[in-house]
Write a protein that binds this ligand. Structure first.
Ligand code: XMP
Length: 337
């Protein structure tokens, strides 16, 4: 039954009614899910929907809602640009294809991206290449599917507010060929991030996915400063996995806003197995912020830092030193590029 609150959710306007309750509990999330499933079925009918599924919380929640509402009428495309964190693409496959039975097209485009990025050192140029190629790969796959009438998007309320204020243009994840006219499906567009997470949990998505720390679109590409090479990228991925594992064990995951490793294109002398080792240094960064405009560093426990440093220098090929970044934003940005 559609009650007064449900009507708000069915509203197609991009304005969140003042009376709309903040979703905090499982009960509120379930009510939201029920109303959205009904609204999605009404909007989509027997049409087909396409969704770019990155594995981020917003697109994951949209995928889970669409699967509940229209099942196999949804096709998800996951483009692995080769700059994902360790295990991330596999998780998308496990959760959406294996557990939720989604129609998932998985594209491993690693070689395409890394070949294009070879020798490119300028950060903005790297971002442009990654963004542009992502759209190309997505469009190519979309063009292979016929009769798609709808495009799902993980737009959330801050995106709408920011584009209204002219802070940033609201971007479509996978800009589609001009001739393809699709209607947008944006079931979480009136929600704030914390509400999207509550809805994600209520939909049964794993905690790791729902409480994921922010991760930039260009992925590990911006954490491999300078020209990306496959071996250094692998060192970033492995060191990041160790950092995440240790933060998890220490109970810091979900408490520290963002944490990651960076491996610049710079080598220093060290000793490994009694021999001179001329290898990269790994920078560990952990910051706290509310809006990402300014940030302070996490005052990480010294013993934990030593443990992480020991593991990275002993388990990750090519790294012989670890450094901790003690720079706030400003003057540093959160990312290195
Ligand atoms: P900075 O480095 O500017 O980062 O202090 C602020 C927040 O934005 C994220 N970030 C990005 N996100 N595409 C994204 O989707 C990007 O190109 C990008 N660059 C930075 C960063 O991870 C941090 O959370």
């Amino acid at each position: 039954m559609a009650d007064a609150r449900t009507e708000y959710y069915l509203d197609s306007e991009n304005i969140r009614p003042e009376t709309m309750e903040r979703i905090k509990t499982k009960e509120q999330a379930d009510a939201f899910i029920d109303s959205q499933v009904e609204a999605l079925r009404r909007q989509i009918g027997d049409g087909k929907v396409l969704l770019a599924l990155s594995g981020g919380v917003d697109s994951s929640v949209v995928a889970a809602l669409l699967i509940k509402a229209v099942g196999k009428q949804l096709t998800c495309i996951h483009v692995n640009h080769g700059l994902m964190r360790k295990g991330e693409s596999q998780m998308v496959i496990d959760v959406f294809e294996k557990q939720l039975g989604a129609n998932l097209i998985y594209i491993d485009a690693t070689d395409r991206f890394l070949d294009l990025l070879a020798g490119v050192t300028d950060p903005e140029q790297k971002r442009k290449i990654i963004g542009g190629e992502f759209i190309k790969v997505f469009d190519e796959e979309a063009a292979k599917i016929s009769g798609i009438g709808f495009l799902g998007q993980g737009t959330i309320y801050p995106d709408i507010l920011e584009s209204k204020d002219g802070i940033k243009a609201h971007h479509n994840v996978g800009g589609l060929p001009e001739e393809v006219k699709m209607e947008l499906v944006e079931p979480v567009k009136l929600l704030f991030k914390d509400e999207v997470r509550v809805v994600g949990s209520a939909l049964g998505l794993p905690d790791e996915m729902v409480n994921r720390q922010p991760f930039p679109g260009p992925g590990l590409g911006v954490r491999c400063p300078g020209a990306i090479t496959r071996d250094r990228l692998e060192a970033v991925r492995e060191s990041d996995a160790i950092l995440r594992e240790e933060f998890d064990k220490a109970g810091l995951a979900g408490k520290v806003w963002q944490y990651f490793t960076v491996v610049p294109d710079f080598k220093a002398t060290g000793v490994k197995d009694g021999k001179r080792a001329f290898e990269w240094s790994c920078i560990i960064r952990a910051v706290n912020t509310t809006d990402a405009m300014t940030a302070t560093i996490e005052r990480i426990d010294w013993e934990l830092l030593e443990k992480i440093s020991y593991r990275i220098t002993h388990e990750v090929p090519g790294i012989n030193r670890c450094l901790y970044d003690v720079t706030a934003k400003p003057t540093g940005t959160i990312e290195f590029e």
